[in-house]
Design a binder for this molecule. Structure first.
Ligand code: HAM
Length: 417
């Protein structure tokens, strides 16, 4: 039995999955992002305070593995903190800016549902060491570009907001606290918990009554000083100039605590409750938690592979090229060796080739279709006597008889047409 909250991928699904991966890394290349890899296993200290002790991810969703004296290992729930650790240990903070990308499994002990799993995969990018608002713009542009390339632009929407600086945020939290206090008894149980532990998360409540109360709550925008307001406006203006549509969502709060200034998500109405396919933002203070003396302006995002995959699969937004195999059918055992010989010759030419040795011709042709054969080559007794074989074009359902000597060159000539 498969473990709850995990998924298998069948070969046809894996091809779509790989296509999304290829597209991600092609985009990374275009924007100058280089791939890094961190271990799935990390010391809990990489995450706990850095993501926020009161966040759901840290307080209830982490998978613990082993406890050895002062070392507690966890399966990584995300990878921004891991990349910061990598930068520190790999000396990359001394060579800023860095544009880094990663892909891999993440683990969160969440209640599984469509689009939400306990083992899932993230594509992520981190632009480390650039303070200009242009880094935010380019980072968001890259996310939107990725959505376009996998055919999801029409199904998704960009939401953006700012959390301001730490002092601005503190002033806002206080104002939100003062506003919500008289309503505390009316708030949902979840929001009361958030009110006490992480007040900004109340803004994310899905409860209708909470949302009604929040309608007239103070908004972050009014707590921004000139500098932060200008920074945010510059980003919005540039997005408009680049033709990137967005909605400013004053209730956008991320599930991790390391963010400051810009935060954004790409959401879809097409996946039910799990609407975020990508999320990110600026995290200028995180590097200091990993030993840097001064703030290191950084911004990044991560996208959930399974959610992108579900959307691309359900809405058929990405075409996966056929496999284009060549299938050789040896009609009697006497031609088995010959079939393998020609298969090897084709593979040497870089052409994918399989042989089918069992069953009636009808059954073998069925297998060839399932293998998405472009051509089937049939070694049949009558033709073999004359040193020829039957070449069947599977798409056109046309057959011709070819001398064995011309077989490789003919297949090679037409393989890519
Ligand atoms: P996050 O919003 O926690 O951000 O996750 C990013 C994306 O991962 C989500 O938008 C969603 O698509 C996917 N995801 C999260 N949890 C699950 C789950 N249980 N099942 C399936 N998909 C899931 C981060 O992790 C940040 N590290 C992003 C970031 C990078 N910020 C700056 N740089």
């Amino acid at each position: 039995m498969r473990v709850t909250g995990t998924i298998d991928l069948l070969p046809s699904q894996m091809r779509l999955y790989n296509k999304i991966c290829e597209t991600f890394f092609a985009i990374c290349k275009l924007y100058g992002y280089e791939e890094v890899a961190t271990p799935i296993l990390e010391d809990i200290r990489v995450f706990d305070r850095n993501l926020g002790l009161e966040t759901d991810v840290v307080s209830k969703e982490m998978f613990f593995l082993e406890k050895k004296q002062d070392e507690t290992l966890v399966l990584r729930p995300e990878n921004t903190a891991g990349v910061m650790r990598l930068c520190q240990e790999g000396g990359l903070f001394q060579k800023l800016p860095q544009r880094l990308a990663y892909y891999g499994p993440m683990f969160r002990y969440e209640r599984p549902q469509k689009g939400r799993y306990r083992q899932f995969h993230q594509f992520g990018v981190e632009c480390i060491g650039v303070a200009s608002y242009m880094a935010d713009v380019e980072n968001i542009q890259m996310a939107v570009h990725f959505m376009q390339e996998i055919g999801l632009a029409e199904l998704t929407e960009l939401e953006i907001h700012t959390l301001g600086s730490e002092s601005e945020r503190d002033a806002y939290k206080q104002a939100l606290h003062d506003y919500l206090l008289p309503y505390k008894n009316e708030l949902s149980e979840n929001s009361v918990r958030r009110f006490d532990k992480n007040i900004l998360r109340v803004l994310d409540s899905k409860n209708v009554h909470d949302q009604k109360i929040l309608e007239t709550a103070p908004v972050m925008r009014n707590f921004l000083q000139m500098e932060s307001a200008k920074y945010f406006d510059n980003i919005l203006e540039s997005l408009e100039n680049f033709g990137i549509s967005y909605t400013v969502n004053p209730f956008l709060v991320r599930g991790l605590d390391y963010y400051n200034q810009t935060v954004f998500e790409i959401k879809t109405p097409a996946l039910g409750a799990q609407s975020a396919v990508l999320g990110g933002g600026r995290y200028d203070g995180l590097a200091q938690q990993f030993g840097e003396k001064t703030p290191t302006p950084s911004i990044g995002w991560a996208a959930g592979m399974e959610r992108l995959f579900l959307l691309a699969q359900e809405h058929q937004t990405l075409s996966v090229p056929p496999r284009k195999n060549i299938v050789i059918i040896a009609m009697t055992e006497a031609f088995d060796q010959e079939a393998q010989k020609y298969a090897s010759l084709l593979r040497k030419e870089g052409i994918a080739c399989l042989t089918v040795h069992e069953g009636t011709l009808r059954k073998r042709m069925k297998i060839a279709s399932r293998l998405e054969a472009k051509y089937t080559i049939i070694f049949a007794p009558k033709e073999m006597e004359n040193k020829t074989a039957i070449l069947r074009d599977m798409m056109r359902s046309e057959e011709r008889i070819l001398p064995l000597a011309d077989l490789i060159i003919t297949v090679k000539k037409h393989y890519d047409t």
